[in-house]
Design a protein around this ligand. Structure first.
Ligand SMILES: [Zn+2]
Ligand SMILES: [Zn+2]
Length: 383
């Protein structure tokens, strides 16, 4: 499905202020909030859609990127926080929802709002899976497609995830009459308290399995493994992550699946050192080459490239090879490769080389006298 424009979703013009965006989001979020629209998939989608739009437009960096590149600048939405459950959204936008939030006022305190009520009839959500993905600098430099084998809970195909033998529907939990909650009333000197707890008999799901599926023992899911293909964009860095929505563990008895959270790890390179999107490379050049000037084929993360070394270049000098570094994440262009010039000092020489070096030693430009008598550098130190 084509993604809708974020401004259109929030019903605000392109140049709106942060405050206008925030107000509009709050209005939409309240209208479509899952607690006000129980079992309404469309409302839930609208709620998530508005939240995603708000997450981008309320963040200066993300908004600028979106304004320039549209949804493609967002990498297809994959590098978002994948908000799968509403509690995530509450904790993420605590500035809007936190404290004595409008939601508490409208829908009651969190305990009454109760996760259990929302889950009724759709099992228990699956857990997220954190997967560490190791990448070489070469892979990071231009992006890579990776296949990863993952052990996870998958939906049981024998009962299509229901947990009931043959896929039959569960029956209403007798302990909570399907509400997923159990209320107990207690009295104390302070008055009467109503205590609401998740029903232990059905784990808050509201339904129980009559005849458990033999394959999954009534869980609606089985331990399995899966190979997934991931397109890692160029320019990711150590510790950054990507969320694959709905690819995590299957839920219990048809509950919403968790996400896969892919955390990137950078394998240190033997020869290249990363500095942001630039890379540093140490090049060793012979003494005649550095004195006379030369051209070298230099390794880069994407193959070799030609580098000109001017006559008389000093050791330690950094030469910049433009755009030969790591591609920027979600942005056009790439960092540079910085080449640090070093001089090869041989540890072993043969007799002919020794002879020639002794000759060179006598040459005034190769071996200038440094003392005061010759106007050399050491006169600064008085000798
Ligand atoms: Zn089953
Ligand atoms: Zn129950």
């Amino acid at each position: 499905m084509e993604k809708r424009d974020y401004y259109e979703i929030l019903g605000v013009p392109k140049g709106s202020t942060k405050d206008e965006i925030r107000k509009s989001y709050r209005k939409i979020a309240m209208q479509y909030h899952p607690d006000r629209n129980p079992d309404n998939k469309e409302a839930e989608e609208k709620f998530k859609e508005a939240t995603e739009a708000y997450e981008v437009l309320s963040d200066d960096d993300k908004r600028a990127r979106y304004d320039r590149y549209g949804h493609t600048g967002m990498k297809g939405g994959q590098d978002f926080h994948g908000f799968n459950n509403v509690n995530d959204i509450f904790s993420h936008f605590s500035d809007i929802f936190g404290g004595s939030s409008i939601f508490d006022d409208f829908f009651g305190a969190p305990t009454q709002r109760g996760r259990a009520g929302r889950r009724r009839g759709q099992g228990t959500p699956g857990a997220d899976l954190k997967v560490v993905l190791k990448l070489t600098l070469e892979e990071i430099a231009s992006g890579v497609t990776k296949k990863i084998k993952i052990k996870k809970y998958k939906k049981c195909d024998a009962c299509t995830g229901s947990g009931s033998e043959g896929g039959a529907a569960g029956k209403t939990c007798p302990a909570c009459n399907g509400s997923g909650e159990v209320r107990t009333v207690s009295r104390s000197v302070f008055g009467q308290f109503v205590n609401i707890q998740t029903c232990a008999n059905c784990n808050g799901e509201g339904t129980v399995v009559d005849k458990p599926c033999r394959k999954c023992s009534g869980d609606g899911r089985v331990n399995d493994e899966e190979t997934i293909k991931v397109n890692v964009p160029a320019g990711v860095s150590e510790g950054s992550y990507m969320t694959l929505r709905g690819e995590g563990n299957a839920g219990l008895r048809g509950g919403t699946p968790g996400d896969i959270i892919l955390v990137f790890q950078e394998i240190p390179h033997e020869y290249f050192k990363r500095e942001g999107d630039d890379v540093l490379f140490d090049l060793f050049v012979s003494f005649p080459d550095i004195v006379l000037g030369a051209e070298y084929d230099v390794p880069t993360l994407t193959g070799k490239a030609r580098l000109k070394i001017e006559a008389g270049t000093q050791p330690g000098k950094l030469l910049r090879m433009r755009e030969k570094g790591i591609q920027h994440l979600n942005k056009h262009g790439a960092g540079d490769q910085l080449v640090r010039i070093n001089v090869i000092v041989p540890k072993k020489i043969d007799s002919k080389e020794r002879e020639m070096l002794k000759e060179l030693q006598k040459m005034p430009n190769i071996n200038p006298k440094q003392n005061a008598e010759n106007g050399g550098f050491f006169k600064n130190f008085g000798f």
